[in-house]
Design a protein around this ligand. Structure first.
Ligand SMILES: NC(=O)c1ccc[n+]([C@@H]2O[C@H](COP(=O)([O-])OP(=O)(O)OC[C@H]3O[C@@H](n4cnc5c(N)ncnc54)[C@H](O)[C@@H]3O)[C@@H](O)[C@H]2O)c1
Length: 277
């Protein structure tokens, strides 16, 4: 089992994954290429961990350690690395290729990609048999599912080890075929794309679209509030990638592209389809 894990990319997902792993008693080395992003992330994760303890959370295991890594050389003792950098194939390939130069040959390299081709990521390294997709959901400490996406070359022992690891975190892992969007995002982003199109075509307003899905289909959160939560820039990246992989019905409509162009990225920027305090 993995005891030291490198998390690469300290944004929305990297922070959540780091928190989850520290709460499970692991040593986490958190790396971001932007020093300010790393500082912000360290402060945010530390604050969240403390808030949970202050609220009387009784962890099953003693919390692990959260360590900031200012350079990839400081990730050398990680047995597993999880990359959570932006959804860009070339960027993720470059990050994985660089990572493997710093980690032991036995280390597993995992990508938190939402929809990119895991074979293309695995091929960027010299150890495709130790590369796979490990898709957490937002927020990682709370969401129970992890999609495990093997590349064609991924070793069965690596798949088994990652399943056991996910279960040790209290998650339910499912093995999913390496197809665009896997299961969850193929379905979820079809709905988000259509919800934005309804706004674009003037059929309804954002509040009513979300109300319709919450009250009419028992969804706990509407598709537009969910896009705000994911991050509208990340949502556009994922929709563009799904458009290439699955077809034009995933293309991000103008209402979404305009918000991103205006710097309105959802919760993280204070405004998206809805305003945030
Ligand atoms: N946001 C979600 O709800 C969600 C859910 C599941 C999966 N994902 C996936 O997780 C990944 C990250 O998404 P996010 O929302 O956390 O993005 P984000 O933009 O919040 O964070 C990305 C982080 O990566 C850092 N980064 C960029 N280039 C880097 C590099 N070369 N080396 C190290 N760090 C680098 C950035 O500084 C930033 O801090 C994407 O692949 C996304 O599709 C996102």
């Amino acid at each position: 089992m993995f005891s030291t894990v490198a998390v690469v990319g300290a944004g929305t997902m990297g922070q959540g994954i780091a928190q989850l792993l520290v709460e499970a008693g692991l040593t986490v080395r958190l790396y971001d290429h932007a020093p300010q992003a790393l500082d912000r992330a360290m402060a945010a994760v530390t604050r969240r961990l403390q808030r949970r303890l202050d609220a009387g959370a009784q962890p099953a295991t003693a919390p692990g350690a959260l360590l900031a890594a200012g350079a990839m050389t400081q990730l050398a003792d990680a047995e597993l690395a999880i990359e959570a950098v932006p959804e860009d194939l070339g960027l993720k390939q470059a990050v994985l290729a660089e990572l493997e130069d710093h980690l032991a040959a036995s280390a597993v390299l995992a990508s938190n990609t939402s929809c990119l081709d895991i074979d293309a990521l695995a091929r960027a390294t010299r150890r495709p048999q130790r590369v796979l997709g490990l898709h957490f959901f937002n927020p990682p400490p709370l969401m129970p599912l992890i999609e495990v996406v093997p590349a064609t070359a991924t070793d069965q022992t690596v798949i088994a080890a990652v399943h056991a690891f996910a279960q040790s975190l209290g998650k339910t892992p499912i093995t999913v075929a390496n197809r665009p969007g896997f299961i969850v995002n193929r379905l979820l982003f079809a709905m988000i794309a259509e919800a934005v199109r309804i706004i674009d075509e003037g059929w309804s307003c954002a509040a009513d679209v979300d109300r319709a899905l919450c009250l009419g289909a028992s969804h706990p959160i509407g598709p537009l509030a969910l896009a705000d939560f994911i991050g509208l820039d990340v949502t556009v990246d994922i929709l563009n990638s799904l458009t290439i992989g699955l077809g034009p019905h995933y293309a991000p409509a103008a209402a979404l592209r305009d918000l991103v162009a205006g710097g309105h990225l959802g919760r993280k920027s204070g405004r998206g389809f809805f305003p945030y305090g």
